[in-house]
Write a protein that binds this ligand. Structure first.
Ligand code: DGJ
Length: 698
């Protein structure tokens, strides 16, 4: 039983395979957090709910941690909820009213203001096997007048009992997404957020807290990830009394809304988890959870070719067909035509919004190319960017009122485009309409859905729902509807790279484009950061040209393939210019990938040697039954001559023998115990040398 209520103690226990999560009703009748960590005897922890008086300057509530509370009374911490009632009262007192357990794994706690009929349900779902708890809240207005909601967070997580706390998260920017950051928390707040209308490349709604000592393999790590693809915030607040609260949900900035009588608001899901086994196990728990509970299907990623870096906007039927022939010869399974196939789209200055095939570029329409691609044994995929419009487009000329902007302002153009107000029902219908027509008219099996600008100057609010909420809600509804109408089509989430990846969109997306930076060395850093929160099952990578278009770095084809084989393999180079030798080598890598992708995409992932700790980086994947494994090893900046290094593998069966093959070398047989303790000898030579180790249990 994952959920127990200890009636005498008024204590709830959510128990997963390895953890206990405790909270209860305290003497004041409010919901208070008690404990989160390794399993304990719950009933013996009831004392944790006792009030702790300190002084009149530090009310009890500062010393305790409420499980979910509102701004009211002497509560000064970041609130879960802030509301104003119709009579101007801005004080919440959420009292406990009862609970309901549904099935084995779901619990809802009912709270209500002691005077006003504002009902808050705090929902929990216990994902026992992955040591994860899903949380969300629903808020229902049972008053006869509207209630203004100024902040409604999805969850308040509490971590306590340590001397110090460190917060880890990801940061940076376009082409440098998912860069890992760690800093000790001091008293006060650390906020990570997006106010740009989408998840954002500068931060991502995932966090981890440890005491500063946790490593890849050891130590307590508490972690969480929010499933929301619009404005969000996660606030980690260290109190003067030594506990951390992590509050997260849809951003309150410019986000207040009016909840009409009888209406309800539902927050996104904020998942949290705990492990005693360091950051590596944290990632594996999240990855397994995502594969089992978030992603729409368990399908393996197809090897794709995308012509964007080869042709940019100059997509023409003949050239695309030539690329398709070359791609098919490499063993590619899906051919994707990127930006430039529609309207007057010859650059980023025009055409966006006009989703009709450009007849100059495709005189016979898309049908002929699709037919050829299919006869080459590949699926056909197409790029779209439905939420934006160029001012130089028929759509904008017809509907200038469909974009976000304030009436007295011109509106900011980014990449020469405006954002469409997807919150408007007519815009939602337009997007759903043209996407339905595209997917009905053509045999398209894959959509890359891009968004190349942030939302700015959001215009007048609908009194009921702020645009920030409406945009994302409609986006999710469109994706859900398209998936229902076209069950055979797969979708990729892309936002000028990795700016819209989170557990919200991943409920609808089969794969994610994590960065426009396709330099294979930079990509390792981006992929590594991504892997802290998200599974390689959705992580798309491309092999592109050398020198790289972005940074000018030259890298061998083997390094580029090895880096790109660590998730879903894509090829984006101008393969028309590849020599026969390169084609032959690439064909070998694609075939190798096809034989190992089930391990990469569905296996457990280990950061054996993360970047930056030495000139070697190594990552390993192991199937759940531990019978197969692969490891990618990269050497950077060779110095002082070559030397044999040993890399210690993980996740294998110690007493089983494995056949180990490095690149195309001769296989050797070694036991799991040897490989994990004494390690495997690595002999890489020269800058950007790399190895693929393949292991099969004998
Ligand atoms: C940004 C994407 O990330 C690229 O891969 C490409 O699709 C361009 N947009 C096209 O405009």
């Amino acid at each position: 039983m994952a959920i127990t209520y200890y009636e005498q103690e008024r204590l709830f226990e959510l128990r997963t395979r390895r953890t206990s999560y405790l909270f209860g009703v305290n003497g004041k009748g409010t919901l208070q957090h008690a404990y989160w960590g390794e399993q304990v005897e719950a009933a013996e922890c009831a004392g944790l709910l006792k009030g702790r008086h300190h002084s009149s300057f530090d009310a009890d509530i500062d010393r305790e941690t409420e499980e979910f509370g509102g701004w009211g009374g002497s509560h000064y911490a970041e609130p879960g909820l802030k509301a104003t009632f119709a009579d101007g009262v801005r004080d919440l007192k959420l009292g406990y009213r009862g609970y309901a357990i549904t099935g084995d794994d779901a619990l809802a706690i009912e709270l209500q203001d002691t005077h006003y009929k504002l009902l808050v349900r705090v929902h929990y779902k216990v994902i026992e096997e992955h040591d994860i708890i899903e949380r969300r809240v629903t808020i229902e207005n049972r008053e006869s007048a509207p209630v203004r909601i100024e902040q409604a967070m999805a969850a308040v997580w509490a971590v306590s009992g340590r001397q110090r706390y460190r917060m880890t998260h990801v940061a940076e920017r376009w082409a440098g997404e998912f860069q890992l950051r760690s800093a000790m928390l001091t008293e006060g707040k650390k906020t990570i957020e997006s106010r740009r209308g989408f998840t954002g490349p500068h931060a991502n709604p995932w966090f981890a807290i440890d005491d500063g000592e946790a490593s890849e393999t050891h130590g307590d790590v508490w972690f969480g990830a929010l499933g929301w693809s619009g404005n969000w915030k996660i606030v980690a607040e260290l109190s003067a009394f030594g506990h951390v609260r992590v509050v997260g949900g849809v951003h309150d900035f410019d986000g207040a809304f009016s909840l009409a009588p009888g209406d309800a608001y539902e927050s996104p899901v904020f998942v949290g988890g705990y492990t005693l086994r360091g950051f590596g196990e944290m990632s594996r728990l999240l990855h397994r959870y995502e594969r089992a509970h978030v992603l729409p299907t368990g399908e393996l990623r197809k090897v794709l070719y995308n012509s964007w870096e080869a042709t940019e906007f100059d997509v023409r039927a003949e050239e695309q067909l030539e690329l398709a022939r070359r791609a098919a010869a490499l063993g590619v399974e899906r051919f994707v035509v990127d930006d430039g196939w529609f309207g007057a789209r010859n650059s980023d200055r025009a055409g966006l919004g006009d989703w009709q095939v450009n007849r100059d570029k495709f005189p016979e329409g898309l049908e002929t190319l699709i037919g050829e691609v299919k006869s080459l044994g590949m699926e056909f995929g197409l790029w779209v960017e439905p939420e934006s419009v160029n001012p130089d487009s028929d759509l904008f000329r017809r509907h200038p009122e469909w974009i976000y902007r304030f009436p007295t302002r011109e509106g900011t153009q980014l990449r020469n485009q405006y954002s469409l107000n997807l919150g408007l029902p007519e815009v939602k219908d337009f997007v759903l309409g043209f996407m339905t027509e595209l997917l009905t008219s053509y045999d398209i099996k894959f959509i890359k859905w891009d968004m190349n600008r942030t939302i700015t100057e959001p215009g007048a609010d609908d009194p009921g729902m702020p645009i920030w909420l409406a945009h994302v809600s409609h986006l999710y509804e469109i994706w859900a509807e398209l998936r229902t109408r076209f069950p055979g089509v797969e979708f990729e989430t892309c936002a000028g790279g990795g700016a819209r990846i989170d557990l919200g969109i991943l409920r609808y997306a089969d794969q994610a484009w994590i960065s426009d930076n396709t330099d294979a060395r930079d990509r390792l850093a981006i992929q590594e950061g991504f892997s802290y929160a998200y599974s390689p099952a959705v992580m798309m990578c491309w092999v592109t040209g050398s020198p790289s278009g972005l940074g000018g770095r030259s890298l061998p084809l083997s390094y580029r393939f090895h880096s790109a084989m660590m998730g879903g393999l894509g090829i984006g180079a101008d393969i028309g210019g590849w020599t026969d030798t390169e084609m032959e080598e690439a064909r070998g890598f694609v075939a190798m990938y096809q034989s190992i992708r089930h391990i990469v995409l569905q296996g457990d992932y280990y950061r054996l040697a993360p970047l930056g700790r030495s000139n070697l980086a190594a990552y390993q994947y192991v199937t759940e039954d531990r019978s197969e494994s692969v490891a990618f090893v990269f050497l950077h900046a060779q110095h002082f001559g070559g030397e044999e290094r040993r890399i210690r593998l993980e996740g294998l069966q110690p007493d089983a023998a494995y056949e180990v093959t490095a690149n195309d070398g001769e296989p050797t047989a070694l036991h799991g115990s040897t490989l994990m303790r004494a390690g495997y000898p690595i002999m890489l030579r020269g800058d950007y040398d790399s190895w693929l180790l393949r292991l099969r249990r004998l």
